[in-house]
Design a binder for this molecule. Sequence first.
Ligand SMILES: Cc1cc2nc3c(=O)[nH]c(=O)nc-3n(C[C@H](O)[C@H](O)[C@H](O)COP(=O)(O)OP(=O)(O)OC[C@H]3O[C@@H](n4cnc5c(N)ncnc54)[C@H](O)[C@@H]3O)c2cc1C
Ligand code: SF4
Ligand code: SF4
Length: 430
Amino acid sequence: MELGEASHLQPPSPLPAGSVALRAAPARRLCTDCGVSRMAEPSLCATACQFIRPDHDALERRVHGRARRTDDDERFFGVSRGMWRARMRAPAQGAQWSGITTALAARLLETGEVDAVLTVRPDPADRWRPEPVIVRSAGDLAACRGMRMGFAPLLAMIEPAIAQGIRRLAVIAIPCQVHALRALEARLGLEELVVIGTPCSDNTSTENFHRFLARLDPDPASIAYLEFRADYQVELRHDDGRRRTIPFIKLPISELGDDFFPTTCRTCVDYCNSLADVCVGYMGGSGRQWVIARNARGERLLDGLGDALERDAPRSAGSRAGAVRGFMRNLERAAGGLPLRRAPDWIRGLLAWLMPRVGPRGLEFARARVEMKAVESIIHLRMKHPRRLRAMVPDHVWRLARPYGLHPEEHERARAGGASPAVRRTPNAT
Ligand SMILES: Cc1cc2nc3c(=O)[nH]c(=O)nc-3n(C[C@H](O)[C@H](O)[C@H](O)COP(=O)(O)OP(=O)(O)OC[C@H]3O[C@@H](n4cnc5c(N)ncnc54)[C@H](O)[C@@H]3O)c2cc1C
Ligand code: SF4
Ligand code: SF4
């Protein structure tokens, strides 16, 4: 069973203050439990879901007023009015990077521009499990900082928020949540909706993530922080203050099994959160954060942080083509049932040393990751859900995969307006 198939959908646990008891999630096939299926009308999934009948291009035009350009970096990263390497001058305690995301949301509460922020915090019983929460005061947002691996039914909190009288809302969310939110935005009747997004890739269930942690350290319970950095290292921080880095190439990913990453996250086509007002990540940040203001609201939000936010022009170095080709060859071998080629230890050591020095860096690293994701989504969908390609893969993703020899067959080509009739006849609910 895929992760996106109900197995991870837990009944709502008893929730502390700020949280709300949620309905149980009905079973869905490809699903990251964004929360729509737990709303009063679970059938809204058919309209909202990026795995059913998405229309990325139309939503992009509606939210940002235009389509992405195809002749510059927008073809990788989506509509943008400005893109920076950035960090908070005073990095926030507990933040995943320097805390730009939380600072943006906190300011909205402090200035009274929104009544509440919808985000996730650590489940009290498991700090790696994201738990949705409605936050009303800037101070309470501090407890939500940091990254958790897993899926949270964030959007199910919107109806309780509206029932509490909230009409001006900010939401911090990952791309699959933002797609559904934007698709439903018009019917929510909010006076103001501000969307602060982060990129997202390679998410998995919190249970699977614990298996991964157990392979990284003899005392996995002591790991308080993990990040896949843009210098090809995973950084771990422990409760006792220990810090450690492991080169990507030495990670035990191939030991985790084929089902470690769910089909949803292997086929998701919106790495850079293209429908958020502002996107806050790290991939193009060369060791700092990387922010994209997608529209005037996003630009205002970033300007609102004033001097507290340090920004400069993104850097770029190296060439991505070889890295993307190597990644694609491995995917194709795996798709054909062949074992992944693993280099001998000494070569892996050499590569671990070389990649941060000569591999794609800065924006080129981010472009490489976006192209890898495009290639992975297409190859994986062809293997697992070929009939969904037409509905799920927009033209701009096919364009990214084209230099690597991936072209849509006639029956795979995206149609304007979302899904093909064939896909419409394939309901997501099981
Ligand atoms: C599963 C996952 C994968 C990611 N992959 C990438 C990537 O490949 N490349 C990249 O550039 N950035 C990625 N990010 C974003 C990155 O890890 C940081 O969250 C981002 O750079 C913001 O850092 P910050 O210091 O500004 O955030 P903070 O101020 O620490 O705030 C982080 C916010 O993210 C929210 N959050 C944490 N976990 C989740 C979750 N599971 N679901 C929804 N919201 C959550 C928190 O509640 C908090 O509001 C990913 C994030 C997640 C959750
Ligand atoms: S919209 Fe999609 S991801 Fe969200 S609950 Fe429905 S099926 Fe799951
Ligand atoms: S990788 Fe995509 S589908 Fe998976 S959690 Fe992140 S945004 Fe959602």
